[in-house]
Design a protein around this ligand. Sequence first.
Ligand SMILES: NC(=O)c1ccc[n+]([C@@H]2O[C@H](COP(=O)([O-])OP(=O)(O)OC[C@H]3O[C@@H](n4cnc5c(N)ncnc54)[C@H](OP(=O)(O)O)[C@@H]3O)[C@@H](O)[C@H]2O)c1
Length: 275
Amino acid sequence: MRHWIAVFLLAMVLASSFVSSAEDTKTVAVIGTGDMGNSLGPKLASIGYRVVYGSRDPSAERVQKLLKITAPTARAATQKEAAQSADIVLLAVPWPAMEQVARNLGNLDGKIVIDVSFPFEQGPDGYPQSTVETSSAEMIQAWNPGAKVVKWSLPTAHYIDEPQKLGYRPSNLIAADDRESKETVARIAHAIGQDPFDAGPLRMSRAVEAQVLLFMVPLYQRRVAHWESVTIRSSYWSCFWGDDWSSPVVDADNLAKFPEHGQPLEECSEYPSDR
Ligand SMILES: NC(=O)c1ccc[n+]([C@@H]2O[C@H](COP(=O)([O-])OP(=O)(O)OC[C@H]3O[C@@H](n4cnc5c(N)ncnc54)[C@H](OP(=O)(O)O)[C@@H]3O)[C@@H](O)[C@H]2O)c1
């Protein structure tokens, strides 16, 4: 009898550990199977996320090909089904389609919703211009007030596929009002070879998007020699100018902790000695 009780208890323990490890695996819905979906889906799967692609045509041959290169557990569904089955929803559709898509994914309350889009068009002078007054991320937040929207500024899909090609990790600016969601996206960014920086609350998406607008200028000029926006670590400004500079400070509890950097400095480790 004791033997059977032990076997039963062992079976219960194994079953519960299996369920909890499956639950620990978060599902990401990648909405849109274009360049960004093709780059980010396989990367997300490679770092342990369960990926579900949201497509207007989940059975399309190119979507089935994408599933094959992603992971055996990856699947495709309609955009709404994918979003509803996920913990994290990554919106990888062109900006002109965004409102229609983002308003029709069902209830996104409590989910992390990642915006990688740029709402740009070509202006009459040939240069790029924004098509929105605020930012794409703030508009997505307004359409889904209960979602935890995160702006994730990524480089072109080529540098997502092969981040080492630049010779350094591509800089990613990340803005969000929810600290934990921002940290989650920063950890994802770092795990797939990018270099995440904390750009502050979601309203800073306007500045993030403006920076990308600037770096697209050589593209519109048809220049072969392009440039990339690179953010590098440096010293906190008050290390040079004293703490008066930093007043009023943001609430320290709201500062996200990013992998390797992006954490608030406890103290200035290096004061410039020649001043
Ligand atoms: N490409 C880049 O290097 C890059 C870099 C940084 C940021 N971004 C941003 O990432 C987003 C996606 O860019 P992308 O280059 O991947 O775009 P894309 O290749 O033109 O299209 C993305 C996918 O969105 C879906 N889609 C297209 N039109 C739609 C519509 N009217 N309604 C619903 N779904 C539609 C399609 O997937 P299904 O056919 O499966 O539905 C399509 O393959 C954009 O907002 C862009 O600004 C792109």
